[in-house]
Design a protein around this ligand. Structure first.
Ligand code: DGL
Length: 269
């Protein structure tokens, strides 16, 4: 039987703009795909909230993205993947959900001195998925975790070059660097937006791991296995939605995506 691809969009969501670090990788690696991005700006940040709250948001947003015809959903947020991925798969059976998690396994393979650092939100670092990752990959390694607060809010307000952002990065990175880590896992999708600054503070001896491309490769494999890759000519387009006010959210999304005319539709999800 000949199986054909699908032009339906792939849905992505995050508490705010962080998932764009994954979406950008999807634009590079899957340029024909149509994408729909939802920023839950009215409820950002997720990292200090309860699992129950984040799970409820993930269910509502997934329902919205599926109503828009999404053929698969990327939970482009470590915190939401921790709180909701299993529930999403159980609730919307048959739908392909791709989640993200801190790349401890990759770090284990990369680290020369087996001393790694992980930056993440409290929700992610205290979660069951992270404990499982530690059980599987951390024995024999020194893993130093750093729960970060305040950084997501600075990124959400577009303060990429702000002295407060620099100070927050240094406050969180210096304790890890003082432990002699040679590999740093970015366990929150917001952080790769500041990848250049983070890499500059860490210096050339530290490898900084952004999982965006690995997540998109996994998405590509899953779409391929289900014959859902878009076989149309492309290029695909992206639609942006947010629970927050479009006039405040759009300029930040636009700055990250390099598109000052980017349009955001506010939806009461
Ligand atoms: N970007 C998200 C993550 O990967 C959420 C951060 C937050 O909202 O606190 O965890």
């Amino acid at each position: 039987m000949k199986r054909s691809g699908s032009p339906a969009p792939v849905g992505f969501f995050d508490s705010g703009v962080g998932g764009l670090s994954v979406l950008r990788a999807a634009r590079r690696l899957l340029p024909r795909e149509n994408l729909a991005y939802f920023a839950d700006s009215a409820h950002c940040p997720y990292g200090g909230k309860s699992r129950v709250f984040v799970r409820r948001r993930a269910l509502a947003i997934s329902r919205f993205l599926l109503d828009k015809g999404s053929k698969a959903i990327v939970v482009a947020c470590n915190s939401a993947s921790e709180a909701a991925l299993e529930t999403l798969r159980g609730t919307f059976s048959g739908v392909e959900f791709v989640g993200v998690e801190p790349a401890v396994k990759v770090a284990q393979g990369l680290s020369r001195n087996q001393r790694i650092g992980v930056l993440g939100t409290p929700l992610t670092l205290n979660g069951r998925r992270f404990s499982r990752l530690m059980e599987c990959y951390a024995p024999g390694m020194e893993v130093h975790t750093q729960p970060v607060s305040g950084l997501v809010e600075l990124i959400e307000s577009g303060r990429f070059d702000d002295p407060r952002t620099e100070a927050t990065l240094r406050e969180n990175l210096e304790p890890l660097l003082a432990r002699g880590i040679d590999t740093l896992v970015l366990g929150c999708t917001h952080y790769p937006i500041l990848l250049e600054r983070i890499a500059a503070i860490c210096g050339p001896r530290v490898d900084v791991i952004d999982t965006g491309e690995a997540v998109v490769r996994q998405l590509r494999n899953r779409l391929h296995a289900r014959a859902l890759l878009n076989s149309g000519p492309g290029p695909g387009h992206v639609e942006y939605y947010s629970s927050g006010a479009a006039r405040t959210v759009a300029p930040v999304l636009g700055a990250i995506m390099g598109d000052p005319s980017l349009k955001v539709i506010t939806v009461p999800v």
